[in-house]
Ligand binder design. Sequence first.
Ligand code: HEM
Length: 462
Amino acid sequence: MAAGKRLAVPPGPRGIWPVGSWFEEQADSIGMFLRYFNRYGDIVRFRLGSTPIYLVNHPRYVKHVLADNAANYPRDAGERRGTGGLFTLSGETWKRHRRLMSPGFQRPRMEALVPLMVRSTQRTFDHWWEERVRTGQPVNLTEALSRVTVSHMAQAVYSEDASEEVFAATRQVLDFNNDRRPPLSALFFQILSFLDRRKPRRQAAMGVLKALGLQQVARRREAGAGGQDMLSAMMEARDEKGVGLSEEELGAEFFTLFFAGHEATTSALVWTWVEMARHPEVEEQVRGEVARVLGDRPPTVEDLPKLGYLTQVFQEAMRLHPPAPVLGRTALASDRMSDFDVPAGTGVVAVPYVLHRHPEFWEEPERFWPERFSREKEQSIPRFLYVPFGVGQRMCMGNNLALMEATLSLAMMVQRYRVSLVPGVPIVPKVGATYHVKGGLKVILTPARQVAIRVWPHGTPS
Ligand code: HEM
């Protein structure tokens, strides 16, 4: 840039004084982002109240905000304030927590979880799913799958099955989160949240989970070191001064892991089934792969890389329906992006849903096409473009765990069940804490075998 040249303001809507785009965002935030992208391009400026927001839709801007100049763009804590855990922290405290939590996510530890997750999936199928299958009534797949993912997280974090009480508390927080205002408003209009009358119930449910965290911490202190789960790893970790996480910090991070760990995974699994139901040929190919690799036996860690097509299907479902609705940051100091001025205090959002449809990078962006993620093709997808797990220093800590978890649960579902959408029930997407199917996906579950029984050409075999 020539010295003295004035930096430009990105194009964007004028909005309505004094609220800016607030009404539009309330009505349909994802639709609004996509419209703005189509109308104004790779960088868009709009306002929520008096706060200027930049919507960045090109990988080079995403790289700038989330990686190259990430120190200037901390995550605004508003979205998940109240947990006190990693999601809400920034600066040095965040760095310390992230470092102390990372031993819990090391690969061998994740791999050791596979047999535990397989067994807890089997138990959830046996004790909860089977009864619903027998009645033949529509099942809320979101609830059914969150039984599976909550049980996985309970195993991963504290080596137990989730009790009914824990499950109920988790659902309560989840339902509350998913009914909330769109994410940006939640981010910038936190002040209104005290008006929410359901808050006490949510607080009570959070209390159950926090108490569980503290009880598990106390149990480990009594038993001494050596546990294999994430909580034990967090308790044993020390910073450079030899100090570990305090009781209260451990409780908060217990909560963080529990929620970060199952909510997004459930949404992603549900969307995968939506797409398989819409594309029976894809589902058949998945069934073929699962039959070839596993037959009837449960998956092991060695099997997971062999279920390549199933993984592609899951990745493609997360491309079209990324569970994380926005990656939101706030500029600390003024900055520039290309020739654009970014004043201090500007909110910056990258929206995976929009990035995952950028026509410059994706061929037929609206088409569900798992082969985009085949080994050869995947290499050419820009790193800052496909971001279901975020990118840069605050990238999801559980991405590998989520992929393992998704692959094994999908494979086990395919072995055991068929999933059909309930005719006439519309699938309405909704943005809450995650991008999910509103009210949960209603399906009919039938045993995989029952549908596959052949009609014998010469009467019933004796
Ligand atoms: C399909 C499943 C998942 C998706 C799509 C997902 C997505 C994300 C995204 C987008 C972020 C970054 C948000 C940002 O940059 O603003 C994030 C952060 C995080 N995720 Fe996940 N996640 C998933 C599963 C998990 C699991 C299974 C765990 C752990 C058990 C986990 C733990 C975390 C943690 C601890 C963070 C905070 C990182 C930080 O702030 O430094 N996630 N996740």
